[in-house]
Structures are given as C-alpha cells and as structure tokens.
Design a protein around this ligand. Structure first.
Ligand code: ADP
Length: 784
C-alpha cells in the first residue's frame, strides 16, 4: 500500500507533458496545503471559527478544482476560476485584511501577473493581464484614498514579519517557477538537437549506402553502352545514364547537407587561379545557356588577381548552383555572371560574385524560404520544374562556412539576382592551375592503377586514353607489389577498399620498395568516401593526394598534372578545345552521320575533346591507305594471324572515332581471323574494306569542313588582343569568306567590349542562319 500511494500521487503530476498543467496542479496542491495549514493554525490560536471553515472550504475547493480539471481536461476553465477566485478574489480580500499597501500582499500580486502570463495565450492573455493590473491598481487606490478600509497591523513587528514573508515567498516562488520553465526549455532544445542529429546521421548512412550500388550500376551501364550493337539498346543505356547521374546528384546533395548539419564540413584551402575558374564556369554554362537559346554574358573585372588561396571546391559548388539555377529558371533573355573586385590589400582581395537572370523570379514571400532545405517557390512547383530544393540550402551553408552570405533580390516574373562578397588570401603563381581542369598529354609517363574491380580499371584506362599516358593495371595488392618491383612507374593510383590487403597497407609496402630503390613515387588513393576524417587519415598515412569515386575525368587530369614529373607532362590549353558553336557542331555531326559515324559517341570516348577527335581522324585517314593495302595482301597470302593484328588496331581506332559499323565488323572479323577461319575472313573482308573506305571518306569530308570553318589547332591558340575596329574588320573578313565559327567567335569578342547591341545580335542571327550576305550588309551599315 505504502509504495503505491505516493507513486500514484507522483503520477498525477508526472503524466502531464505540458509544463503549464503541471504548474497548475502544483499550485492547486499548494493551495490545499496552505488552506489546511491555515485551518489548523486558526484552530490552535483560537481565532474566529469562521476562519477555520473558510480555510477548510478553500482546501476542498482547490482539491475539487484540480480533480475537475484532471478528469475533464477543461484546463482553461480551471485557469479562469483560479484567476478570479484566488488571484483577484482571495488576494483582494487578503490585501484589505493584512495591511494593504504596507503588508505582504503587493509582493504576492506578482504571482497573479505571472500566472496570467504563463497560462493564457493571444487576446485572452492581454485581456487578463490588463484586468489583473487594473484590479490591483484599483484596490491600491482605494486603500490609499480610504485608509479606513484597511486592517492595520497590531504591532510594527507583525508588519515587519508579514512584509519579510511576502518578499521571501514571492522571490523564491518566482525563482523556482522560472527555473522550471528554463529547465523545460533546455530539455526541449536538447531533444530537438538530438533528433536532428539522428536524422542527419541516418541520412548520411542511407545516402552513402545508396551511392555505392548506383556507382556500380552506372559503371555496368557504361560497359553496356560501349559494347551494345543495337541502336535501341544504346539509347536505353543513355537514358539509364542520365537518370542514374541525376539520382547520384541528388544523393550527393543529401550527403552534403547532412555533413553540413552534423558540422562535419571543413574548410579546405588551396592555391588556385580564379581567372581560370571563372573561364571554365563561363565556358560550361555558356553552352548550357545556348542549349536553351539564352544569352550568357560574363562581366569579369579586368583587375582580378590570378592566384588566390581559398576553398575552391566550395566556391565552385556555390557558383555552379547559382548559375545552373539561373539557367534552369529562365526561359528567355539573358544570364549575367558578374565578378568584381571590391577591395584589395597586400595580403587579401575581396571579390563580389553575382549571377542575374531574366527568369521567373521569386516572390517576397518565397525569398524568405528558399535557403531552407526542400523549400521551393510556388511558381516553380506549379510549373513542375524538376529540383530538390536542396541546392541553395547547401550553398547558403557553404557560404556561411566561407564567412559570407548569399543575398537575393528578385521580382516575380522579372528575374533574380543572387550575390555574395568573398574575401580571399592572395596566392602564389604556380604556373598551372588546379581548378580548371587543364588537360595534358604525357606519352612517356607510366602509371600503375590498382583496384580489385576490373571494371573500374577499364573505366580508368579509357578515361586516360586521350592523355596518352601508359596505364598498367593490377587487381590486387600482391599483384601490384610484383609489378612495382619490376616496373618503373611515375605514379600509382591505389584503390582504398580492397579485400585482403587494403589501400593503406599496400601503399606502405610500395613506400618500402621505393625506399630500397631510392625513389619517391606519388601515390594517389581512390576512395568513395571523402569525409574530412578520411582525408586526414589518408594524408597522415602518407598518400600524396586522393580522388573521389566515381572518378571525374577533369579532376583526374588535374591531379595527374599536379603529381606527374613535370618534364613528362605537356599541358594542352583547354581553350583550344572549347567554344565551338552548337551550329558548327551540328554541321559536323550531319556530315559524319552520312557515313555512319557517330560524332556523339566519339566525343563521349574523348571526353568532349574535339581537337583530339581531329587528331585521331587525321591519323586514321593518313594510315588507312597503307593499312588497307597491307591487309589485303595478308589476306591474299592467307596470313590470318598477322591480319588479325591489323584488324585489331582498326577496331580500336574505329571505336575512337565513332565509326560504329566498322567497329563491329572489325570485332567479328578479328575473332574469326584469330581462329584462322579463312573462309569467313575471305568472304567477310569485302564488306569490311567497304566500311573502312566509307569511314575514311566520312572523316576526310569532316576534316575538309573543319578546315573550312576555320577551327584550327594552330589558329585558335595564340590570338593577339584586337581593338573594336580591328575586330569589326576581322568579322567582315570571316563573313565574306563564309567562315561561321570565326565569325561567331569574333562577335563574342566584340560583345565583350561593347556589351549587347541590337545590330550585333542581328549579325549573330544572320551568321547563325548562314546568311552571310545579310550579315555583311549589317556590318557595312554599322561601319558607316
Ligand atoms: P532546386 O533548384 O533544386 O529547387 P535550390 O535550393 O537550388 O533547389 O533552389 C530553391 C528554390 O529557389 C528553387 O526551387 C526556386 O523556386 C528558387 N530559385 C532559385 N534560384 C532561382 C532563380 N534564379 N530564379 C527563380 N527562382 C529561383
């Protein structure tokens, strides 16, 4: 019995989750106790019997009230009854009974005020507060004007004790109530923090788990794409690739966000060339804008410093988010990417970045929300434009980490402007840059790639094909030790996650071998997980660098440029390869298609490097004549094994230039030639030679056209800066010769100097339409 009773009582209070109700019940209980105590003391001091009854009545009433509230849940009624009976009725009576303004009651009035503040909400709170204050002021006034209504104390000591008890009880009571509320608040905050952390950890784990299989799917799909013969399957595989990459992008966003939420994102500063960063963003997003028929202008300060020190990955991520949003949410008009130097001193420079568009805009209401996770503007949701609503949340947080804030100014239907100012330390000119993805060739360099997954090795090799680096592969740590002992490698790419012996242990063994040989070979770890802890671990263990899987070809090249011996590397400027207008590319495509050469596929193999395509096409055409003769001769003399060797190389080259039919033909023929199936080879080679001639003819036509439009490796490279008049002359010349590409490029340059002008836009349109006469006329008029 004993143990049940108190626990029941405790339960009576504890079962409540709302602090207000607990507080109310405790107050009622205090009322019961005080009233009983009053009744007992009245009984012993022999005062008025009515006092005893009043006290007992008050105790019963208090008990009844809290029981009623507990049973019915009508808390508000309980609060109101308490306010009127206790804090006004009882307190008013006691005020006149015990010394009025000079007794303890004025101190107790603060309980009435506090009770009102805690228990009511909204208008009722204001009303009750005003009512209480007015009531207390009114009775104070009555006591002041009509002192006879107040019962004074018999002795000064009585008055002193009454006042002291008022001071002590009210201050301690208010203190306790304040503490209770504070504790509760802290508890709630902790719960909120914990649940948010738990959410982040869960999100990070799930996202990470999903990423691995998706990477595998994408890799497998890449294989299907390369091997497939059926056009339909190739198309399906392209769709899988698009969807997979989108999914990967979203998952990476989740991961980013949860890492930021958990406070795991750290600043990682490096030296980089800001002008190159801007250029690479410009060239990428200009193309994206072109695809949507939007104008894209970069307004970059001429006074920008070259090299700066900062977290280039975070800065790039923010800018990419702002630029891709600007393009995504704009259907017509212009995107301006502005970069201005705001201030500079000996050590640092402050740069203003802005991205403006003429798109759908963001209402005032939505502007407040878009930097929160999963928040998207009403208009964007209505129109069903795809997106997660995470980009700006991530960018906003990254900006905070970089010590700045992204601001937005926008008007619905008119466009948006996003900007931020960033202070960066001045860097050192290293001659080459990390962030821009410069490309290179290094035919004399040798790399050892170690990964237990052969598919990854194949992908890695194909990614590096255009750099002409020689890549040897090993599928286990043990295999790599053996090769490393014998070979003389300039760099090692080492997978971290390998069964049996992991990347770290393998790297340590290679270092031992190096020590014996007196070498110091750069070893780069490949990892699917680049959390700051992991990065630190890799660094401490002695890796020279890391690369995130799935491997980004640009980053891969950047890292190789950084670590390969300088004398082996020839930097190829990226500007040689980019910026061919869509129209021109379309022309090329059409020519090649006629000969069943897929330009897209070739570009995919060559990571979009058109100059590399030109080089390979030249080699292909050059060698074809001789090789065809040689192969014919071999077949005639039935030397099939030797023939297979030539067919093998045709297979490789035709794959590289996207001559699909020739490629499949070669694949079959090579196999039969190897098997010595002379009958088949003799019969099938006819068709093979025909395909070969066709591919050669197609590539020859392409090269002629390429020459005509004037894109040449040499001319695109070094170009002196021209003034506006000279540029106009150059444009006129290009237009007269019907050279579309140089014309468009010159128009870009003119616009870069003069800004947008309707006349220039008209010339651009005419050139795009291949109406050179019209273009020439406009230029002539403009010159006058
Ligand atoms: P997402 O683009 O995936 O929805 P973001 O976090 O990048 O996510 O952007 C959040 C929202 O902010 C977008 O859904 C869109 O409503 C709005 N927004 C961002 N940039 C622009 C812009 N340039 N123009 C109009 N609305 C924008």
């Amino acid at each position: 019995m004993k143990s049940i009773f108190p626990s029941k009582i405790i339960d009576f209070y504890k079962k409540e989750t709302e602090l207000n109700i607990i507080f109310f019940k405790l107050l009622g209980t205090a009322g019961i106790i005080i009233s009983f105590a009053g009744a007992i003391s009245s009984f012993f001091t022999g005062s008025d019997p009515a006092n005893i009854f009043i006290n007992i009545g008050a105790a019963i009433a208090s008990a009844a009230l809290i029981m009623f509230v507990d049973r019915t849940g009508h808390y508000l009624i309980g609060y109101l009854i308490t306010s009127f009976t206790i804090f006004m009725g009882l307190f008013g009576m006691l005020f006149f009974e015990s010394g009025g303004l000079y007794g303890s009651m004025p101190y107790f009035f603060s309980f009435g005020i506090l009770f009102t503040l805690l228990m009511y909400k909204g208008k009722l709170l204001v009303f009750m507060e005003v009512l209480h204050v007015s009531f207390y002021v009114a009775i104070a006034h009555i006591a002041h004007v009509h002192p006879e209504t107040v019962k004074t104390f018999d002795t000064p000591a009585g008055q002193f004790f009454d006042q002291v008890s008022g001071i002590v009880i009210s201050s301690v009571g208010i203190g306790i109530i304040f503490m209770m509320y504070l504790k509760e608040y802290q508890k709630q905050q902790k719960i909120a923090q914990e649940s948010s952390n738990a959410k982040s950890i869960l999100l990070a784990n799930i996202s990470h788990e999903i990423r691995t299989p998706i990477n595998m799917l994408l890799g497998m799909n890449e294989m299907i794409y390369r091997e497939a013969e059926n056009r339909q399957i190739i198309e399906y595989s392209q769709n899988v690739d698009t969807a997979g990459r989108q999914l990967l992008f979203m998952i990476n966003q989740f991961l980013d966000l949860s890492r930021i939420d958990m406070g795991k994102e750290e600043i990682f500063e490096e030296n980089f060339n800001i002008t190159n960063l801007i250029e690479s963003l410009r060239s990428y997003y200009k193309k994206e804008a072109d695809n949507k028929h939007l104008d894209f202008v970069t307004d970059a300060d001429k006074e920008l410093p070259g090299f700066v020190i900062g977290d280039v990955r975070k800065l790039t991520q923010i800018l990419m988010n702002l630029l891709s949003n600007a393009i995504k949410y704009t259907n017509e008009g212009i995107i301006v990417f502005g970069i201005q130097k705001l201030a500079e001193d000996a050590e640092s420079v402050t740069i203003h970045f802005e991205v403006s568009d003429t798109g759908v805009g963001i209402s005032k209401e939505d502007q407040k929300k878009i930097f929160e996770s999963f928040e998207r503007s009403a208009i964007v949701r209505q129109r069903g434009i795809e997106g997660t609503g995470l980009g700006l949340a991530i960018s906003g947080n990254l900006a905070k980490l970089l010590g700045t804030e992204i601001k937005v100014k926008s008007k619905s239907g008119e466009g948006s402007l996003f900007w931020f100012d960033l202070k960066l330390k001045k860097g050192v000119d290293t001659g080459y840059d990390k962030a821009t993805g410069e490309t290179f060739i290094a035919p004399d360099a040798r790399i050892l790639a170690v990964d237990d997954n052969s598919m990854n090795l194949t992908v890695l090799k194909s990614l590096l094909r255009r750099t002409l680096v020689r890549v040897d592969t090993a599928q286990s740590a043990l295999e790599c030790y053996e090769m490393y002992e014998k070979g003389n490698y300039d760099l090692v790419l080492m997978d971290y996650m390998m069964p049996d012996i992991d990347g770290i242990a393998a790297m340590e063994e290679l270092r031992r071998i190096d020590k014996r040989k007196g070498k110091n070979t750069p070893i780069i770890v490949l990892t699917a997980d680049a959390t700051p802890e992991r990065k630190k671990l890799f660094n401490e263990k002695g890796f020279d660098d890391y690369l995130l899987k799935p491997i980004d070809v640009m980053l891969l090249e950047t890292v190789l440029i950084r670590h390969l011996p300088k004398e082996l590397v020839t930097i190829v400027e990226k500007t040689d390869q980019i910026d061919i207008p869509e129209e021109t590319l379309g022309q090329f495509k059409k020519i090649l298609e006629k000969y069943d050469i897929s330009f897209d596929m070739a570009m995919k193999h060559l990571s979009g490097d058109i100059m590399q395509f030109v080089r390979i096409a030249e080699v292909f055409v050059e060698r074809a004549e001789g090789s065809i003769c040689e192969l014919k001769e071999l077949i005639r003399s039935k030397e099939y094994a030797k023939a297979a060797y030539i067919i093998h190389s045709v297979k490789g080259n035709s794959g590289n230039v996207g001559a699909q039919d020739l490629y499949y033909n070669a694949r079959r023929l090579e196999k039969r030639a190897k098997d010595g199936d002379g009958k088949y080879v003799d019969a099938a080679s006819e068709l093979f030679f025909m395909e070969w001639e066709r591919a050669k003819e197609g590539l020859t036509k392409f090269l002629e056209e390429f020459e005509k439009v004037g894109v040449s490796f040499k001319t695109a490279k070094a170009e002196e800066v021209l003034d506006e008049n000279a540029l106009m002359e150059k444009l006129l010349e290009a237009v007269r010769n019907g050279n579309q590409y140089p014309a468009l490029k010159t128009i870009d340059e003119i616009e870069a100097i003069r800004g947008k002008m309707p006349e220039i836009s008209a010339i651009r349109e005419a050139v795009k339409d291949i109406d050179f006469d019209r273009a020439e006329k406009i230029i002539e008029e403009l010159k006058r």
